[in-house]
Design a protein around this ligand. Structure first.
Ligand SMILES: [Ca+2]
Length: 245
């Protein structure tokens, strides 16, 4: 028995005692959000809770809700059948702010970078944020390999796109398998916001509850699908608001 829900193409999976949330959305007041239930086929009933929303409870497969007032909101879904129930709940999943309008801003392109290692000047850290998916930051040696981007000021960030080896024309076996994304306001103390352990894709999009940060660090723990320890990161894009929340 498990419960999954989805917003904006990302899935949230929950098994009892193991709750994982992949996506957080930033929206403006009144903006509609659609949730999709992907609960297992043997689910008999579905109960959504959206405290503070236009629709606070629903048993629909894909309820649509909006929030009139600014704030952060919790979302919960419970899937039940004869064998039991599974609950997926996340406090602060949705942030509603009038500062959000339309698309999130790309905050990282051309910003200062540093890395724990890089191969040479042609594969240096700035190539991870140069906007050119044919040029990469490459680091060899023992992982983890970390790349830190200084956004130049504290911003509200909530989404990171990464172009791995395949996106730059290399083999998919060179795609990053395991990585974490961490954020910091001072460049000293970092908080993990994303942890991926089994990626195979050439391009990844990770979203997380909105957080104020100046520094965004990508730590590549398992650089490829196999034993090759070189990180090949063609681009990192950090999205959010061009100001703190
Ligand atoms: Ca690049």
């Amino acid at each position: 028995m498990y419960a999954i829900f989805e917003t904006g193409g990302k899935q949230y999976t929950a098994t009892p005692g193991d709750i994982l949330f992949i996506e957080k959305l930033d929206v403006e007041p009144g903006q509609e959000i659609t949730f999709e239930s992907l609960c297992s086929a043997n689910t008999e009933t579905l109960a959504w809770e959206f405290p503070g929303a236009s629709v606070e409870t629903s048993s629909d497969v894909s309820p649509k809700v909006s929030y009139a007032a600014e704030g952060t909101y919790t979302v919960k879904v419970t899937a039940k059948n004869a064998s039991g129930e599974a609950v997926a709940e996340k406090a602060g999943l949705i942030t509603v702010s009038s500062k959000v309008s339309g698309e999130l801003a790309l905050l990282s392109q051309g910003k200062d970078t540093e890395a724990t290692a890089y191969v040479n000047e042609n594969e240096a850290p700035p190539f991870a944020v140069d906007g050119d998916v044919t040029k990469k930051w490459c680091a060899t040696g023992n992982p983890p390999h970390a790349l830190t981007i200084d956004l130049g000021g504290v911003k509200a960030v909530s989404e990171v796109h990464i172009a791995h080896a395949e996106a730059g024309g290399e083999g998919s076996s060179m795609n990053t398998k395991a990585y974490t994304i961490l954020v910091s306001t001072d460049g000293e103390e970092f908080t993990e916001v994303v942890k991926v352990t089994k990626n195979m894709a050439g391009e990844t999009v990770d979203t997380f509850p909105v957080v104020n940060a100046r520094y965004v660090k990508l730590s590549v723990e398992k650089p490829t699908q196999g034993s090759d320890t070189a990180a090949r990161i063609y681009e990192v894009e950090v999205y959010g608001l061009d100001e703190a929340l």
